[in-house]
Design a protein around this ligand. Structure first.
Ligand code: PLP
Ligand SMILES: N[C@@H](CCOP(=O)(O)O)C(=O)O
Length: 490
């Protein structure tokens, strides 16, 4: 099966390398694979993370040679602090898939350690010699992971936009202290949705892109709107399942549930792709924080972003426009691109849309949506520490709470795997307060105290932050994003 890619909003098919380089289609749609390769589960049971990664990516990236791909995968995952890359930690009857052992301590590293190589090889395959500029919107984690991945990568520049008052103090420090001769980090006065809208509108500005092209510059994306960002995330659904098979916690072909702390809907969409490739997933539990637009959608079939944007202790999930939802709707509607164009137009103009009833019932068979408010999230962090001596970050705690509620409220006794998407050390204030109550210590003293009291080791990237110089101080209005890109590039 030779997989190609098409936009959710048009007919034209393109290759994997073209889709990865473009990031987003000209008419604003997102690229999706035209088919889902089937995976022989038995073949994966005893494979390492890197081997599983190769088995999956090679099917989606037919133009990449075996040597290229194996080399890229090797280099990407050698940067992780644990050989398993994404280990599963089990306590009680819960299984936590730890995705935060990469260089910037969030699950984004799994894909962003590999994306720069995918983009470079794609450029070679397409004979592109232009400078590649990566535009990134972030609510805290993608930005740093992308900066780390693209810093000093030849023939690229990376520009990151983050909500200047909408990320944790550690996330901000991670980004604003980034070193590299090709990196630009700009705070914006606004929230993540403003940053993401700004980036998308730059991508769809034909005139601006032509001007850049005349200067031999092309734009691409490090967000999960880029299919090259999404595909490596499919791998850990398979690897975690196989780890549980190896440990004897489940038998091969048993069905399981995954709970995914969700914002832009990229991570959970990767789970949907894993299901389509044959991984026996019964339910994907979509866990939101108080920005519970997706919970409301799963309940009613109406997606409505017209509501207050709430700043929470899980800031990376403070998102009201979940970009990847478009991909899920496309697949769930049997590839009905006209419907998608109409729904996205309604989202743009009215801020809401409603899907047809039969589509809603299809989606509800696989997805279960729920949310955790601030109080419940803090309580769960405290309880899990007390009961299991395990420290959850606030995003993972949202998922944990949703999974607990699901188990309580249904008769489903299947094994549950909870995706743990960030290290608690990225959110020390919220985590410390949830477990040990208030402290007026400054953040690095708080980190020391959190480590002492929980006997956790402070991760190296956090230790280094304290003495890092702040190199990027500029904050702009979200209306000035295109001008800022122009100033940097032209
Ligand atoms: C720590 C963390 N958890 C969860 C999410 C939500 O993931 P997604 O945007 O793929 O839904 C994010 C941001 O993407 C994140 O940074
Ligand atoms: N939570 C993300 C938001 C962007 O999501 P992405 O997966 O589309 O890059 C972040 O931390 O920036």
């Amino acid at each position: 099966m030779n997989i190609s890619y098409k936009s959710t909003r048009s007919d034209k098919t393109i290759t994997a390398s073209q889709a990865i380089l473009k990031g987003i289609s000209d008419e604003g749609g997102l690229f999706v694979p035209t088919a889902f390769p089937q995976i022989d589960l038995e073949n994966l049971v005893h494979k390492s993370y890197k081997e599983i990664c190769y088995s999956i990516l090679s099917k989606y990236l037919p133009e990449f040679s075996e040597n290229h791909l194996k080399d890229i995968i090797g280099k990407a995952y050698d940067k992780f602090s644990v050989p398993k890359v994404a280990p599963v930690v089990s306590f009680g009857n819960r299984h936590i898939l730890e995705l935060f052992h990469g260089p910037t301590l969030a699950f984004k590293d799994v894909a962003l350690s590999i994306l720069p190589y995918l983009i470079q090889v794609s450029a070679k395959l397409q004979n592109v010699e232009d400078k590649i500029v990566i535009l990134t919107a972030t609510s805290g984690d993608t930005g740093k992971a992308a900066l780390e991945g693209f810093a000093n990568v030849e023939n690229t520049k990376i520009i990151v936009f983050y909500p200047s008052e909408g990320v944790s103090s550690i996330q901000k420090r991670q980004m604003t202290s980034q070193v590299g001769n090709n990196v630009y980090v700009l705070g914006i006065e606004g929230n993540f949705d403003d940053a993401q809208n700004g980036v998308k509108s730059i991508f769809s500005n034909k005139e601006f892109k032509e001007k850049l092209k005349s200067e031999k510059i092309i734009l691409s994306s490090a967000n999960s709107i880029n299919i090259g960002r999404l595909l490596p995330q499919v791998v850990y659904y398979f690897s975690s399942y196989m780890e549980l098979v190896q440990k004897g916690a489940i038998a091969l072909n048993d069905s399981v549930n995954f709970t995914v702390p969700t914002g832009n809907f990229g991570d959970i969409l990767a789970g949907y792709y894993a299901k389509k490739m044959g991984l026996p997933i019964h339910k994907l539990l979509c866990a939101s924080n108080s920005n519970n637009v997706l919970y409301d959608f799963f309940k009613t079939g109406t997606y409505n972003k017209n509501r207050e944007f709430i700043k929470t202790i899980s800031p990376s999930m403070d998102i009201l426009i979940s970009s990847n939802f478009e991909r899920m709707l496309y697949h769930a509607s049997n590839n009905d691109q006209e419907l998608i164009v109409n729904l996205m137009e309604e989202l743009n103009t009215k801020g809401s849309y409603t899907i047809p009833e039969e589509m809603k019932s299809g989606i509800s068979e696989l997805f279960y949506g729920s949310y955790s408010d601030e109080e419940s999230t803090k309580k769960v962090i405290g309880q899990v520490y007390e009961e299991y001596n395990y420290v959850l970050d606030p995003h993972t705690a949202v998922a944990y709470k949703v999974c607990e509620d699901y188990v309580k409220n249904t008769s489903d006794e299947r094994t549950n795997i909870i995706l743990s998407t960030a290290s608690p050390f990225k959110f020390p204030e919220a985590v410390y307060e949830s477990i040990f109550k208030n402290s007026d210590l400054e953040v690095y003293e708080l980190i020391d105290k959190l480590a002492q009291k929980t006997s956790l080791t402070i991760p190296e990237p956090i230790k280094k932050l304290k003495d890092s110089a702040i190199l990027h101080k500029k904050v702009i209005s979200s209306d000035e994003m295109k001008e800022a890109v122009g100033e940097i590039l032209l």
